[in-house]
Design a protein around this ligand. Structure first.
Ligand code: 8YV
Length: 320
């Protein structure tokens, strides 16, 4: 005769049906729906044993502190840079997340951005729709096949990007904190050296303090006027102001960006450039992948409430 667990949903979820599914299984309240979230937490914080959030929305230490009976966090996404993991583990709160199931779609998006910025897919679509074809010629693009691909962050997603490169007969190299176990690809200890070597620098590294502004002016200058930057990781990995300068001054050839510093706000300076392709953090946004992520969010909660442990926990959050 256990009571239905009370779950605090921090904000809107990327798959609306997941909200319905959660509400069918648990007693859910959504923090973003409250007129006075602070007051709501003060009055009701002690009711909640679980939290559902997303990699984008995250979870602050302040909210964790306002939930004295919190036992489990289930996050939608693979990134945990926006979650206060330290505050959760200090309290013994388990943290579930959704790695693995989005690798293919994120890697597909990296290639989509690479192809688009090089061949002008979005730009040529605008060209055709605006009726320019009869009057004008669309600018020549840049060949992708056979070029050098530098991957920054050789985790699950980096490996999925590397796999796709073989069909394009691209040479692949990578940079990581240390050589990735079992990875036969050429390892560059220096990111600048990788950028110098590469035609395309693809970011698939985790966000957070450890990688903040890893791609700075020096790295962009090493990538050079023929080089393209593709970011499907986190906006924080790139010094965005330095990127805008490098793009505007054509010190790099172009960029394909799915992530930004201050989402959902994209700097006007970036929107004014014609050598960039911009997507609204949609690398994992397919029906199939978002469904698989939602299933894992539900599984992590279910496993916790039935067996005491989430199915897939953020590394380092479970003792032993
Ligand atoms: C999602 C992400 O778009 O998994 C991540 O880390 O950034 C994306 O897959 C995000 O979780 C949705 O909020």
């Amino acid at each position: 005769t256990h009571a239905t667990p009370r779950i605090l949903q921090i904000g809107r979820l990327p798959l609306p049906t997941l909200e319905t599914e959660l509400a069918a299984r648990y007693s859910v309240a959504c923090l973003a729906d409250q007129a006075d979230p602070q007051g709501f937490l003060a009055a009701h914080g002690a009711e909640f044993s679980g939290v559902v959030t997303t990699a984008s929305i995250g979870l602050t230490g302040e909210v964790i502190a306002a939930l004295p009976h919190l036992q489990v966090i289930s996050s939608f996404g693979v990134g945990f840079d926006a979650l206060d993991i330290g505050a959760a583990t200090a309290r013994g709160v388990q943290v579930g997340y959704t790695p693995g199931v989005l690798n293919d779609c994120v890697a597909d998006m990296a290639f989509a951005l690479m192809l688009d910025v090089s061949r002008g897919i979005a730009a040529s679509d605008r060209f055709v729709r605006q009726g320019q074809w009869p009057q004008a010629r669309f600018a020549l693009g840049t060949r992708v096949s056979g070029k050098r691909l530098g991957i920054v962050g050789m985790g699950r997603i980096g490996q999925a990007v590397a796999e796709r490169a073989s069909g394009f007969r691209m040479e692949v190299g990578y940079h990581n904190r240390r050589p990735a176990e079992g990875c036969a690809l050429p390892y560059f200890e220096s990111l600048t050296a990788l950028a110098q070597w590469a035609d395309y620098l693809v970011l698939t590294v985790a966000g957070g303090a450890g990688t903040r502004h890893l791609v700075n002016r020096d790295v962009l200058d090493a990538l050079g006027p023929q080089g393209y930057l593709i970011n499907v990781a986190r906006g924080s990995v790139v010094d965005e102001a330095a990127l805008v300068d490098a793009l505007a001054e054509r010190r790099i050839a172009g960029a394909g960006l799915d992530v930004f510093d201050n989402e959902p706000h994209v700097p006007a300076a970036l929107m004014a450039l014609d050598n960039v392709v911009l997507t609204p953090h949609t690398a994992s946004a397919t029906h199939e992948t978002r469904r698989a992520m939602a299933d894992l969010v539900l599984e992590n909660l279910h496993a916790f409430y039935t067996s005491g442990a989430v199915r897939v926990s953020v590394p380092g959050t479970v003792a032993g």
